[in-house]
Design a protein around this ligand. Sequence first.
Ligand SMILES: [Zn+2]
Ligand SMILES: [Zn+2]
Length: 139
Amino acid sequence: MSVVGQEEGIDHGSVRGYRQHRYRKIAATEECGCLKAIRDHQRASKPVPERSQRQREWYGGQFVTAASGSQPGRPILPPGDCPVDDCGQEAAGRSKQRRGWVRAHVHGSTMPPRAFCSGACAAVGIALAELRMTSPAAG
Ligand SMILES: [Zn+2]
Ligand SMILES: [Zn+2]
């Protein structure tokens, strides 16, 4: 089944979302945050320490209010887009776990174990991991 032309499911406000826009032939807009995300991504091609601060800025602004979504009031936060540093980072090989953080891994997913700052972030991470099962899920 083709997703071309479908906006639902795009991870707005992220580089991946921007790529989904292109793949689905849906224009990325400033409102959904994807144009800004790709600009930030290009700007951050070299690692700069203030990158997370920059993410925080757009996250706190456009992205939340533009939750262009099917479910108002429930902002979808892709792992890594959470303003908390290291939230959604790969947790493989790290023995110590931070207090209050959640480590999530979906068996069979191509996504490695990741650590999240909260249960809410972990829930989103797990949902995304389930989308990346090694064998495609039906539906
Ligand atoms: Zn978008
Ligand atoms: Zn988080």
